[in-house]
Design a binder for this molecule. Structure first.
Ligand SMILES: Nc1ncnc2c1ncn2[C@@H]1O[C@H](COP(=O)(O)OP(=O)(O)OP(=O)(O)O)[C@@H](O)[C@H]1O
Length: 604
């Protein structure tokens, strides 16, 4: 996405507004120039001993009418600019959303991305004022030229003197906009920190914990610290700008005094009339402010171009390729038959240690695989790698014998689904939460089929049109487990060849969990679809054809449930622990437990 493309999109539909704004600009310049002429005539008429009152009154009326016209036009201009800016902001929001077309999330889950995106967001909207800035910029340049021509007609050297003494201030304004730009960039993290602490203190969801843990004062202190730091930086930045402006502002009165000396000399020598003297003084002041405004607008235009360069860099850094990748990428036309991992080693961009080491794995279509292991052993990382969410080195992951890096990502993602631990709870209707689209006849049919296959996933008392959550009036909040069921239903609705369930049933009661997992595994196997589930519930592991035990990022052992139990290793110990707990909890009533105890007995 280039700035020129964004501007072209913003211009579409705004041509008439821009034309009217330009016309208003021209008229306002004409009024300003004519007012100078009238000022001269007015004061000359006043100081003339044979003044005609009717002429003076005539001048007053004309000046009044001009002022009124000017006021009305200014108001109209402001309204049109506001209207254009509102419309363009919406367009920019759209563009900002559109430019995030990620292929993998590897670089996105980093503080650097958050900082870069926050900075881009805060400067991105300056693009909306670019067109208006251009109109103002052109307006001020024409104004500057108009006043210069007026002044040249009186005394040719005056515009030159004004330009010379205003030049440092003009250049300073350009420098200040650059300074503002880098300030926003450097404070991106601090701004985010401050906002996050503020959100922690005021967000309705956070109030529960603030109350229970009485942690308000703790977070208040944190917010206070970061907000003081931010204020300190802001004030020091503003002070720098203020001093810079002040230093250059001192030159202006000196220049103005020189002009006044020249004018008064001409006045005394009767080379100028009083009217001309006042007209020149007014025009000089106007010329000065036009020059400063040019400096400011020029700075803003430059700032937008800096943003444009940043936008380009941001895109190259985070979204180098669109989802559809490069032309030579192969489309994954046939369903996933096999996923093969060869000596995979993985490290997150923010850490310098390997989270996964020397992983070798072969997953065949239609199988059900389970990954177990202690917290932080790398289960979720491996799961996300398998479905293509993280970048891996070439030669490490093959889908149907093709290196994942050579596969068109969109065609790959179409065949993958996951239910993650941090699934999204959309504040939209229940059916929209599942189909993630506008309901249609086809979606109704598919949803009905899904509800017949998995009745446990649909809360009986909630209609499919009910808006979920507590964000909006009339919505209905679900329990944690019910939300999890909706997330599972969403993944099953996609009905893709590969499904990753990452602790997807952790909030369900054991009976429902067992029943849902049974149906999922059975139905998907029958359809030849692959299911991979990550869990800490050892009981449901038995449903898997194959179990992988991860320890410190490495495959500690793998095999069927029976094989692993017989091996008496890590899996056996994990299983035995949960069985022991269940024995205590259920007083040995569980039949499953009985069989496993028998297996343990056989082992020992
Ligand atoms: N986005 C990330 N950036 C950096 N490190 C990460 C990221 N996500 C996870 N890690 C680290 O990678 C390691 C493995 O994490 P992972 O989430 O894969 O473990 P897990 O086995 O799924 O754990 P759990 O059972 O607790 O869900 C952990 O040490 C974790 O700190």
């Amino acid at each position: 996405m280039k700035l020129s493309q964004i501007i072209r999109k913003m211009l579409t539909g705004s041509y008439w507004t821009i034309a009217i704004l330009s016309l208003l600009s021209v008229i306002l310049i004409g009024i300003a120039a004519y007012t100078i002429k009238l000022t001269e005539q007015f004061f000359d008429a006043l100081t003339n001993s044979n003044h005609h009152y009717s002429f003076i009154i005539q001048l007053i009326v004309i000046m009044l009418l001009l002022k009124l016209t000017q006021l009305c036009m200014e108001q109209l201009r402001q309204y049109l600019e506001q209207k254009m800016s509102i419309q363009m902001n919406r367009l920019l929001e759209y563009q900002l959303i559109d430019l995030i077309h990620l292929k993998t999330v590897t670089k996105l889950e980093t503080p650097q991305y958050q900082n870069d995106f926050n900075f881009l967001k805060s400067t991105f909207f300056s693009i909306s004022s670019l067109i208006i800035t251009f109109i103002h910029f052109a307006h001020q340049i024409i104004l500057f030229m108009t006043y210069s021509i007026i002044l040249i007609n009186y005394m040719w050297y005056i515009p030159i003197i004004v330009s010379i003494y205003c030049l440092p201030h003009f250049l300073n304004e350009i420098k200040i906009s650059k300074l503002n730009h880098s300030y926003t960039e450097n404070t991106s993290q601090l701004t985010r920190e401050k906002l996050m602490m503020f959100e922690t203190l005021v967000r309705p969801l956070a109030q529960k914990e603030l109350l229970i843990f009485q942690s308000k004062s703790f977070f208040l202190r944190k917010w206070d610290k970061v907000s003081l730091k931010s204020i300190k930086w802001e004030i020091s930045h503003q002070k720098k700008i203020y001093i810079k402006r002040l230093l250059f502002a001192i030159i202006e009165p000196l220049g103005f005094v020189i002009i006044q000396i020249l004018l008064v000399r001409s006045l005394i020598a009767s080379e100028l009339s009083i009217g001309q003297y006042i007209a020149i003084t007014t025009a000089v002041t106007m010329l000065q402010s036009a020059l400063f405004a040019i400096g400011q607008y020029f700075g803003r235009v430059k700032q937008t171009f800096l943003t444009s360069r940043q936008l380009q860099q941001f895109m190259e850094k985070y979204f180098p390729l669109s989802l559809t990748g490069q032309a030579h990428d192969r489309k994954l036309a046939s369903p996933i038959e096999e996923i093969m991992i060869k000596n995979l080693t993985f490290q997150y961009p923010t850490t310098n240690r390997y989270v996964l080491k020397h992983i070798n794995l072969n997953i065949k279509a239609g199988h059900c695989i389970s990954i177990v292991g202690e917290n932080g052993s790398g289960k979720s990382t491996l799961g996300k790698i398998l479905i293509g969410l993280y970048d891996v080195a070439p030669g490490a992951l093959y889908i149907n014998d093709t290196d994942i890096n050579e596969i068109d990502h969109l065609s790959l993602i179409r065949q993958m689904t996951m239910v993650s631990q941090d699934f999204v709870r959309y504040p939209i209707s229940l059916e929209e939460n599942i189909i993630l689209n506008s309901p249609s006849e086809e979606s109704n049919k598919n949803l009905l089929e899904l509800s017949e296959k998995y009745p446990e996933l649909f809360p009986e008392e909630v209609s499919k049109e009910t808006i979920l959550g507590w964000e909006f009036t009339g919505s209905r909040q679900l329990s944690g487990g019910q939300w999890q069921k909706i997330a599972i239903a969403r993944a099953l609705y996609k009905n893709s060849p590969f499904l990753l369930l990452d602790e997807a049933t952790s909030a369900l009661d054991p009976e429902t969990e067992q029943s849902i997992m049974n149906s999922i595994v059975k139905n998907r196997k029958r359809a030849g679809q692959t299911t991979l589930f990550i869990t800490h519930r050892m009981q449901i592991c038995q449903m898997a054809d194959y179990i992988i035990v991860l320890h410190n990022g490495e495959i500690a052992e793998s095999g069927t449930h029976q094989e692993l139990i017989q091996a008496g290793g890590r899996y056996y110990r994990m299983f035995a622990t949960t069985q022991d707990n269940n024995e205590v909890n259920n007083s040995g009533e569980n039949q499953l437990q009985g069989t496993v105890s028998a297996q343990f007995a056989a082992q020992s």
